[in-house]
Design a protein around this ligand. Structure first.
Ligand code: G4P
Length: 529
């Protein structure tokens, strides 16, 4: 296949949701369609003997939850699809945010009974920063659900985004009869649990064909559907692909991932509406995916993928060209050339060494500790440097100290390395060194991961004192006298290890205080430095 066609058939997206909305179930059904897995339960087997895709860490196994995010590739009707999974547990990490930086579009799974939940809100905010397409799958229609109009209204009001329902649910829970396809003007009836790659045949039925509709969904639901569709056609947003691609309009699908209902039409429409790999900005200008020269950036570092080998794998998103195994490339931040001889692609627990990959793909490479998040690897003759990945605001803070002062060196090394991988962020009080490290994490579980890893990998025991702070803001002003700012007594000034100044707060009220009492102060909740 021609080089450009290879790239243009790629679709790379992340699935996001609040825990339990059905992200894993939907992913699994998509993989079943692609033939990438044969049995349900392969992605996450809470109910089966199999373990989660990303059960690499012991801690994770103990908890039966998934801490790390992973990548899955499959083929469907000529497209090569890369799904970036994001940690589904409440204690998700900064990795989840960074994964969104590697995706070209996002699928947001929402529980129809619950609507927008806190984690959906956080992830949406980060997605919106990138202006990439966002698709909504409203799940669990086989259970009691909220009014679909109310759900759309919530999306529009809270997220400031237009919605375009591609299909419309007919009832919910025990009264769930199926969906109406607004474009094809067809009804797809919900009747039984079906599996795998089997396709459901839609029943063509005009909305004005009262007799047939009555037969299919009953008189009462027919009347309700006709009214709702009339309302929708008259009042909702028009479909506009350009707006979809800019992330201003979200196509909405209703379905039930568990019963595999609505997954296939979702996949087909999604593939039509989403984007091919997107161009990316570098310090030297825009890099297009179909440029001949290879370029990629690191968005995730996974330590201890295999405990026996004590290895660390860095995940790169390929942004342009073709990657070839063993070819000489250039690592910009390291300032030297290198060959990547064991590039891998992941599929659940399997890793496969690959010989080539294309823009849009994700590859994992063995890392002896040379890469950091945001690093660029590129063609040796055509050097570019991607603009870094933002650092996102942690929400939990703790003071960490080692118990045995003789182990100071290991402590410093461990904390620094784990921070370099991007699992935690470390701060210190101005004019102090590494004696007292303030650790900030996006999800609280990362504290346990840190303690566990310091003990197991670096042989250091630590004490942790949780701090009451919940918000952090980077100070954008370069020339401000921080010590003379008017701040509440429980606001703390800290620095990160790049020397940036930050404030940590216990409440939003205190952030507002800081902004109101110091009119020139500019605060941001992520850092691009
Ligand atoms: P997550 O990755 O977003 O956290 O959610 P996950 O897919 O694990 O789904 C959470 C629970 O919701 C699971 O039940 C799953 O079976 C159920 N679920 C997902 N989609 C649907 C749906 O369309 N309809 C219904 N009725 N349920 C759905 P569980 O009992 O927590 O786990 P399990 O024992 O089934 O694995």
């Amino acid at each position: 296949m021609a080089f450009k066609d290879e790239i243009n058939r790629r679709r790379t997206f992340a699935i996001i949701s609040h825990p339990d909305a059905g992200k894993t179930t939907l992913t699994e059904k998509l993989l079943l369609y692609g033939g990438a897995i044969q049995t349900a339960g392969s992605v996450k087997g809470k109910a089966t003997a199999k373990h989660a895709v990303s059960d690499w860490m012991d801690l994770e196994k103990q908890r039966g939850i998934s801490i790390t995010s992973s990548v899955m590739q499959f083929e469907y009707e000529g497209c090569c699809i890369n799904i970036l999974d994001t940690p589904g547990h409440q204690d998700f990490s900064e990795d989840t945010y960074r994964t969104l930086m590697a995706a070209d579009s996002v699928v947001m799974v929402i529980d129809a009974a619950k609507g927008i939940e806190p984690q959906t809100r956080k992830l949406f905010k980060v997605t919106a920063m990138r202006h990439i397409p966002i698709f909504t799958f409203i799940n669990k229609l086989d259970r009691e659900a909220r009014d679909p109009f109310e759900l759309l209204d919530e999306l529009e009001k809270e997220f400031g985004i237009g919605t375009y329902p591609v299909n419309w649910p007919i009832g919910c829970g025990v009264g769930f009869k199926g969906v109406f396809d607004r474009d094809k003007r067809q009804i797809m009836t919900f009747n039984e649990f079906h599996r795998g790659q089997e396709k459901l045949t839609a029943i063509e039925c005009d909305i004005t064909d009262t007799e047939k509709l009555d037969e299919l969904i009953g008189e009462y639901q027919r009347a309700e559907l006709v009214d709702q569709i009339e309302l929708l056609d008259g009042a909702s947003f028009e479909f506009d692909l350009q707006k979809v691609q800019k992330g201003e309009l979200t196509p909405v699908f209703f379905g039930s991932a568990l019963t595999n209902f609505g997954v296939e039409p979702f996949l087909e429409n999604f593939l039509k509406m989403t984007t091919t790999p997107l161009a990316r900005e570098t310090r030297e200008g825009t890099v297009n995916p179909t440029d001949e020269t290879f370029s990629a950036f690191a968005f995730k570092i996974q330590a201890n993928m295999n405990k026996a080998h004590r290895d660390r794998i860095t995940f790169f998103r390929i942004c342009s060209g073709k990657f070839e195994r063993d070819k000489e490339y250039f690592h910009i931040q390291g300032g030297r050339s290198l060959r990547l001889s064991q590039p891998q692609q992941m599929m659940a627990q399997d890793r496969q060494v690959i010989d080539e990959a294309y823009a849009g793909d994700i590859i994992g490479v063995f890392d002896p500790g040379i890469f950091s998040i945001g690093d660029t690897v590129c063609d040796i003759k055509h050097k570019v440097e991607f603009k870094g990945i933002p650092t996102f605001a942690p929400e939990h803070f703790a003071m960490i100290e080692q118990i045995d002062s003789l182990k100071r060196k290991q402590f410093v090394k461990g904390v620094e390395q784990i921070a370099q991988e991007g699992a935690i962020q470390i701060f210190h009080e101005p004019n102090s060194g590494m004696e007292r490290v303030i650790v900030g994490v996006v999800g609280e579980l990362q504290f346990e991961v840190l303690e566990y890893r310091l003990k197991n990998e670096y042989k250091v025991d630590v004490v942790r004192n949780n701090l009451p702070f919940q918000y952090i803001r980077w100070i954008r002003n370069r020339d401000i006298d921080i010590s003379s700012l008017n701040l509440t007594s429980d606001t703390k000034w800290v620095q990160d290890f790049k020397g940036n100044n930050l404030l940590i707060f216990t409440s939003e009220w205190n952030i507002n205080w800081a902004l109101e009492k110091n009119k020139d102060l500019i605060l941001e909740d992520f850092s691009n430095d």
